[in-house]
Design a protein around this ligand. Sequence first.
Ligand code: 5AD
Ligand code: SF4
Length: 449
Amino acid sequence: MRFILHTYGCQMNVRDSEAVTALLEAAGHTPVQREDDADLIVVNSCSVRAKAEDKALGKLGLLCATKRDRPDRRVGLMGCMAQRLGAEIFTRVPGLDFAVGTRCAGAIPRLLARVLAGESGLLETTDLNEMPDVVEAHTDSGHAAFVTILLGCNRRCAYCIVPDVRGSEYSRPAREILAEISALVRNGVREVTLLGQSVMNYGRTNPVWDASDAPSPGGFTEPFARLLEAVAAVPGLARLRFTSGHPSGVTDQLVRACAALPAVCHHLHLPVQSGSDPVLTRMRRGYSRADYLDAVHRLRSAMPDFALTTDVIVGFPGETADDFEATRSLMNEADFDNAFIFKYSPRPGTPAAAWEDDVPDTEKMRRNQVLLEDQDLRGAAANARLVGTLQEVLVEGPSLRNATRWSGRSPGNKIVIVEPIPGIAAGTLVRVRITRAAPQTLYGDVLPC
Ligand code: 5AD
Ligand code: SF4
């Protein structure tokens, strides 16, 4: 079949979609770019907020409606929403051919074969841990790839659906991860982002290193710091990132590894969610405002150029005007480079869903807007401070907006636009002198090597 995948949600879903693409190709199906050309459409879904689910449900409804004119077309669902809704999805989306959950996407070719044999409404949500080895599955265009190192989540943040839909934590063996990254690098990848819900929890809930593995040259005993060191040593890998963080993972060893390993980019996405201690307690985040700021301080003391991005939820049950002001002031103190702001959305089955969603939507919207405006100013100031600095940029290719210019990313994950020089190529690292800054973008000149 000619197929296309639509991916909603986080980077983990992007990675899962790559794996499924590779599997479908291995089963003889062909990826296409345009939905019109596709006989099979799979939606990879996110459940984190009601809006994300509504979007996927709307899309699925439209897709299933097209089956009237195209009786050979098949439509499937994968990811967090399939896991959460289970069989209910087939009443919500009549005509859906199959649905597979988060830890069994490897079942898709098998289910598809049954669908092609005439069955419909097939569901698989058991934890088969069936995500294939997907070394060759890096279908994304660029020289940057995601590698999932930690599945699931053991935290029970009061608002969050993720532990329900992605299951409990499992850390992949280090050896398997290193083999996957070596193969990606052999295939041209220069930058890898290690993925996990609380990525620095890697190796804390199951063993990941064998007695036969080489000892850490830097003396790292914590599994994640040791993994960073080992991945950074993969020949040909230029850059290493990891996401998402939790302040409890900002240990002395983690800070030392980030500072000492040249491949590790000085950037972390460290969701704070709120700056108010009473709210953080009710959210069950496991840290206080002071703990969070201490983690920020330790990272920036060791690496003054360290870029931080974050997630914030506004309008969590019981969030007062004072709580909100505490979040505003924390964001100023932490001096985030970028922030994603979300309006609280009750998720069925989570502890917070039992509490009154008492901040009116208009107030959530107002708080959202205030934080966005603050962040725009802060982000613009952070970028302006970079004018005149030298940044190492991984070149991605011609800019989408203006193809005569080229675009890449700084270690702090900022988009940098440059005038191309002869010989410039995607996937190379170049040194750029920043000459101009806009709130979301840096501009500069490539320096000769
Ligand atoms: N409502 C709003 N935002 C949420 N997030 C997670 N759960 C919810 C929810 N119920 C946000 C958090 C998280 C990001 C991925 O989504 O900020 O870090
Ligand atoms: Fe969405 Fe969370 Fe699932 Fe990622 S893990 S797709 S953010 S619900």
